[in-house]
Design a protein around this ligand. Structure first.
Ligand code: SAM
Length: 207
């Protein structure tokens, strides 16, 4: 169902409000990408590339992964038109099938809320990351004013920390970085950024 929704709105997704919000998200992610010039980044649920394509100056290569063909088509057109050589798209849903790719960094911006099984997708992110790799999540803080059957109404920071810990991540940081009007299903809301590292050695969950 979610897929259908994003396929339907793909051509109209890049509104001024969404572009502005994406700029705020990019500003929050940038400090997490120091020393990442030689790193591969997967933007999971990357959609039309509003966030991922803005991260290109700070990384080596970008793979925009999304379950919606139409959202990726919009991203692919931007990549072609700007003649970008180090960005690609991949249609996939890691919550349904085991991904066969590796990355140094995964960004998941405004996608966790759309995925029912949070534990599973975090485990998948962990398995995709190379040792020492970093997961960066941007999502909404828990918001009791929002209620929708297909969407998590945000995440508590304590709950998300516990889920990331259970998935194997270390050096976890989580903070609220933005408050906005009508940004979450027409409700005022705040957004969090979380980061965690896949550790090397005995702490790693990878055998
Ligand atoms: C709200 S948009 C966010 C797009 C972009 N990350 C941003 O911040 O502007 C959510 C995206 O997640 C994708 N998505 C939803 N569920 C997904 C899943 N299970 N696997 C991959 N992508 C998914 C949707 O198709 C959509 O492109």
């Amino acid at each position: 169902m979610e897929n259908d929704v994003f396929n339907l709105i793909a051509n109209k997704y890049d509104t001024k409000d969404r572009r502005d919000l994406a700029q705020n998200i990019v500003s929050a992610i940038k400090p997490e990408l120091s020393n990442s010039k030689d790193k591969s980044l997967v933007d999971y649920g990357g959609g039309t590339g509003l966030v991922g394509l803005e991260l290109l100056p700070f990384i080596d290569s970008l793979l925009l992964v999304d379950s919606s063909e139409q959202m990726l088509k919009a991203a692919g057109e931007k990549i072609r038109q700007a003649n970008i050589k180090n960005a690609k798209t991949l249609r996939a849903d890691f919550s349904e099938s085991n991904p066969d790719i590796k990355a140094d960094i995964i960004v998941a911006s405004l996608v966790l809320l759309h995925i029912p099984d949070t534990e599973k997708i975090l485990r998948q992110f962990y398995s995709v990351l190379n040792t020492g790799g970093k997961l960066i999540i941007v999502d909404f803080d828990k918001n009791e004013k929002v209620s929708h059957p297909a969407v998590h109404n945000g995440f508590t920071q304590i709950g998300l920390r516990s889920l990331l810990t259970d998935a194997g991540f270390k050096e976890i940081s989580i903070k609220t970085f933005y408050h906005g009007k009508n940004i979450f299903m027409n409700q005022d809301a705040s957004m969090l950024i979380a980061a965690g590292i896949k550790p090397a050695g005995p702490d790693s969950k990878t055998p």
